[in-house]
Design a protein around this ligand. Structure first.
Ligand code: HGY
Ligand code: MN
Ligand code: MN
Length: 419
């Protein structure tokens, strides 16, 4: 059975994916770089653009009540289960243009190609562009995918953004009805699996000269918001021995996180934001707000590091006469990808003439939300520029995007043959 189908002229998928990624990158809430966070005007425009692309591809489309964009390439049998092929369309600040969007556009291109071939599948092919994976605006990731996976935490609706706007208010302002979120949840018996194409966001495939790789596991993370309260004072008149400097305490904590999280192979720890609110050059910082992101491929390793970091916070408190409040805002368990779907991807990778390389993901992904509900697997695509991501220097090639699209198309058709 010819799987990749006629009409898939070599390189055609990749070129189109790159062109569409460039198009979607036009909309940003910043004049300096690509930033597209949940329900901003840019975010709403990109959702409409993706919906229109899905319509042009012949999919039945909708934008759901958390702003996920869903395009269905229907099975012959309306009662058939669905295969979800998805990723996210929101971005971090000053982002690259492929994180998330590569997966959305690849899924779209696949569905469009199958429609052009008139090739029906024994399952619906649901292309989903999740609305919020990065957790930038409301400090909690996977908002879009958690709703579809039936794991949305309603307490999130009271979470406030930097301007004090609650998620509930932001949704209402966008005309989204939060009471309809529970109805988005997919059932286990309605799914045959979940697949996601994503950039690797690391150097492994680049260093090994491979265009794609198969994800074996996805790292789990704990994220906290930390507030250190000391005593503000005059920078010129308070002797050093009498200070309770919140920023100096934060500096000690940052260096401790760096040292502690260097102590295990897959353990990483990051303080991504560190702010002295209303700071000034001649004021001793009385308050410092920071974020903490600790991850490991193994939850016990991660949790041991978090426990040590919390103990160090207590020691800093005692040493410096400050108070440290640490609020956990997210905890995601590490996920093993389905052996069954990894094999399907590996067979398709071999079919594309590429050595199959299985590798773990240090980044979190929407796929994690579906683990436990259905089988999940991911295909990584090589990143250039040393593998950099969450940066405008994020880069892939049209050739690699084309390989990934062909591998994913082949994998979907292999699944169709065995369903
Ligand atoms: O932070 C992450 O791992 C992902 O990019 N959201
Ligand atoms: Mn990301
Ligand atoms: Mn991503």
């Amino acid at each position: 059975m010819q799987r990749t189908g006629v009409g898939a002229e070599s390189g055609g998928f990749g070129q189109r994916i790159m062109e569409l990624a460039d198009r979607l990158a036009h909309w940003s809430e910043s004049s300096d770089g690509l930033t597209c966070t949940y329900l901003s005007p840019a975010h709403r425009t990109v959702a409409a653009q993706i919906r229109d692309l899905m319509r042009e591809a012949g999919l039945t489309t909708e934008i759901d009540t958390v702003a996920n964009v869903i395009g269905r390439y229907p099975a012959a049998d309306s009662a058939a289960p669905a295969l979800i092929v998805a990723s996210h369309y929101d971005t971090v600040r000053n982002a690259g243009r492929y994180d998330g969007r590569l997966g959305v556009l690849t899924a779209l291109i696949l569905a469009e190609h199958l429609g052009r071939l008139g090739r029906k599948l024994p399952f619906h092919l649901d292309v989903i562009a999740f609305s919020e994976e990065e957790g930038v605006r409301f400090s909690s990731s996977f908002l879009g995918s958690s709703a579809v996976a039936g794991r949305f935490d309603a307490k999130l609706l009271e979470r406030r953004d930097a301007q004090g706007v609650t998620l509930a208010a932001a949704m209402a302002e966008a005309g989204l009805d939060a009471t309809k979120i529970p109805a988005l949840a997919r059932r286990r018996d309605g799914l045959v699996g979940y697949l996601e194409v994503h950039i690797e966001q690391g150097p492994v495939l680049l260093e090994e000269g491979l265009p794609v790789g198969i994800v074996s596991a996805i790292t789990g993370s704990v994220r906290s918001m930390v507030t250190i309260t000391g005593t503000a004072g005059h920078a010129g008149t308070v002797p050093m021995a009498r200070r309770h400097d919140a920023a100096a305490a934060a500096a000690e904590l940052v260096l401790y996180v760096e040292k502690r999280c260097a102590q295990a192979p897959t353990l990483v720890g990051t303080v991504g934001k560190l702010v002295v609110p209303n700071g000034a050059i001649n004021i001793i910082p009385g308050r410092c707000e920071l974020t903490l992101d600790v991850r490991s491929g193994d939850d016990a390793t991660r949790d041991a590091a978090m426990s040590d970091i919390l103990s160090e916070m207590e020691r800093i408190t005692a040493r410096r006469g400050v108070t440290i409040d640490s609020q956990e805002v997210q905890r995601t368990a590490a996920v093993q990808c389905s052996a069954r779907l990894q094999k399907v991807l590996a067979d398709a990778v071999v079919g594309a003439g590429v050595k199959p390389r299985h590798l773990p993901s240090g980044a979190g992904h929407d796929a994690m939300m579906f683990s436990g509900l259905t089988d999940v697997a991911m295909l990584f695509v090589r990143c250039g520029n040393g593998g950099v991501s969450h940066s405008p220097r994020e880069i892939i090639t049209a050739e690699d995007a084309d390989v990934a699209a062909r591998v994913m198309l082949d994998a979907v058709l292999r699944l169709a043959e065995t369903s």
